[in-house]
Design a protein around this ligand. Sequence first.
Ligand code: BGO
Length: 271
Amino acid sequence: MKCTIALAGNPNCGKTTMFNDLTGSNQYVGNWPGVTVEKKEGALKGHKDVTIQDLPGIYSLSPYTLEEVVARGYLVREKPDAIINIVDGTNVERNLYLTTQLIELGIPVVIAMNMIDIVRKNGDRIDLARLGEELGCAVVETSALRGEGSMTAAEKAIKAAAAPRAGEHPHVFTGSVEHALAHIEESISGRVEAEKLRWYAIKLFERDEKVLAELALDQALIDHLETHIQDCETELDDDAESIITNQRYAYISKIVDRCVKKKAPRHSLSP
Ligand code: BGO
């Protein structure tokens, strides 16, 4: 099956190492249109009809850095068939901030739990099955440096690309935010692709200027959405963007507590 798999992850998660592992010398390097951010793509080893598209290393899908704008522009507009999200297994909590946002895009995600050699050496344990259940996606352990697991992650991504979308999202947000998001989703249904409804609703809740400009909603609709957003802000006594960020971190912290067991704290501030 002809398909495109995007590689996404935080800076230093091992993305370049995995890209090289998956594509070998089958690579094309250029720039993303209009910017001097490097663009690399290549055919998956042994699968000439599967393209691996590298994306810039990012921490979030917000519109604040060039890398974020390039990565999310590609993911929203070019519609890869699946995403391999490379997570640094020694830093799961920080990396999952991006993961939760990638899942909201409605593109099948496979998590490559990378640096697993270091995780093991440290004596830490990650319950991959439980993490996969919590997030609703496959999780594969990888050591890109040792060439372990990368191909399994790619094969799972090819399978996920061919599978029907489940349409379910992890329960990241609390009741009043979910209530506002449901109203926003209802208001923009039919104006965006069905599988991206949630991502657009969250971005509108955050008053993301790039998404507001892209959707060019009429003022009456924007005013209507504002009533729901402002009700939520009043109830939670915070601004919309912080509400989303804080609830995302709270959700991640909960699932990390359930799925990641550190052997012992290795660093102490005491003398
Ligand atoms: C250096 N396991 C281990 N142990 N290391 C890994 C793994 C893995 O699974 N995957 C990647 N690395 P990038 P981004 C380095 O370069 O792919 C290592 O930013 C060094 N360099 O080898 O570049 C990888 O593309 C000197 O490490 O990440 C690299 O996402 C001393 O993680 C680093 C030690 O990988 C980042 C490491 C001169």
